[in-house]
Design a protein around this ligand. Structure first.
Ligand SMILES: Nc1nc2c(ncn2[C@@H]2O[C@H](COP(=O)(O)OP(=O)(O)OP(=O)(O)O)[C@@H](O)[C@H]2O)c(=O)[nH]1
Ligand SMILES: [Mg+2]
Length: 333
């Protein structure tokens, strides 16, 4: 299962209470105040880990709390601090405050650590409140509560290249031809229900990661079809491959399909339309009418987007596409 959004709760440890006590010793009448301080509560710390690539572990474990600080004790003994806890999140996780919607932290780098919820300070014991004129203070502080937060975690896949297009355009077929990913492929729309990642070998040690996401349709930004919720996975890619079915069997107008998807991307965010895009005419083996390809090619040229023709069935055009994609997203050799 691919889990890319979860709501969880975190609770840092409360601080321990400061203590009120007075020294009582044989032959020492009127011993001074000796209440120790409470210990600090433990923090909830998240770290970006490559051992997890989904948020699935949070589904089974949606609450994480750190230990509270111990209370202070007599004889000026401070309470022990609560232990902090360390929670792994996949690289690419963004942590939001579920109440305000604000971003708390964006875990983009492996190994990165961030304290999400701070433990409460321990209260001071009455030993701190003695003054020359007030030598038997009873004042002592309660521990401060640790931060308690409801969080929304969102995972953005870190792919270099995103595949977009109508359902059935051949996105999953393409990723299965150029990488080891084996997503479900079928001749009906919305075969892909969740994103797939594939690693493409572009010769030598050059590799890039491609994300195949569910197809978009007109009105996707209004929630039609599977909606645009999956577009967040291609938001961080460096290049979009826009696949358009040019075969007759589709019964569609390729140039129109192309424009519809561009409009949907624009309704999703201001950034996506500015992203570099290659236009890919797919299913060339099943396209007899050159006009259909030409009209798409013209639309691509009008927008100064590179244009490719491929067939995932015969393999035509794939080496050229892989090479151009690698050149676009990888540093030069
Ligand atoms: N003839 C031909 N058929 C293709 C080609 N590529 C894909 N197909 C067929 O087109 C249909 C849809 O392919 P998919 O790869 O599942 O399409 P998709 O874009 O992933 O579709 P969704 O997941 O529904 O968005 C399947 O029946 C494929 O076999 C091609 O190059 N030539
Ligand atoms: Mg698919």
């Amino acid at each position: 299962m691919f889990v890319d959004e979860v709501i969880i709760k975190v609770k840092a440890g409360d601080g321990g209470n400061g203590c009120m006590a007075f020294r009582r010793e044989k032959f020492v009448p009127k011993g001074g105040p000796s209440g120790g301080d409470g210990g600090r509560g433990g923090d909830v710390v998240f770290h970006a880990s490559t051992h997890h690539n989904t948020l699935l572990h949070f589904r089974f474990n949606p609450e994480h709390s750190a230990e509270r600080g111990r209370h202070g004790e007599g004889s000026n003994r401070s309470g022990r601090a609560g232990a902090s806890i360390d929670v792994p999140v996949p690289v690419g996780t963004i942590v939001f405050d579920a109440e305000t919607g604000g971003v708390i932290h964006d875990f983009a780098i492996e190994g990165e650590r961030f304290t999400i919820a701070k433990g409460g300070r321990g209260g001071r014991g009455n030993q701190h409140f003695a003054t020359p004129t007030h030598q038997a203070p009873t004042r002592h502080e309660p521990g401060r509560p640790g931060d308690e937060l409801r969080l929304r975690l969102e995972l953005k896949l870190l792919a270099d290249v995103g595949l977009v297009g109508f359902p059935n355009a051949g996105k999953s077929t393409l990723i299965s031809r150029i990488s080891a990913a084996r997503p479900k492929i079928a001749d009906y729309p919305f075969t892909t229900l969740e994103p797939n990642l594939g690693v493409v070998q572009a010769g030598g040690l050059r590799t890039f990661v491609v994300a195949d996401i569910p197809g978009l349709i007109e009105g996707a930004h209004l929630g039609h079809g599977l909606g645009i919720q999956f577009l967040r996975h291609v938001e961080r890619t460096r290049l979009l491959l826009h696949l358009v079915d040019v075969s007759e069997a589709s019964g569609r107008d390729p140039a129109n399909d192309f424009e519809v998807i561009l409009d949907e991307l624009a309704s999703y965010s201001d950034e996506l339309p500015g992203k570099p895009m290659f236009v890919i005419a797919t299913k060339l083996d099943a396209a007899q009418d050159p006009e259909r390809i030409k009209s798409l090619k013209k639309a691509a040229r009008k927008r100064k987007m590179p244009f490719f023709e491929i067939s995932a069935v015969t393999g035509k055009g794939l080496p050229e596409l892989i090479r151009a994609t690698a050149d676009a997203v990888l540093p030069p050799l």
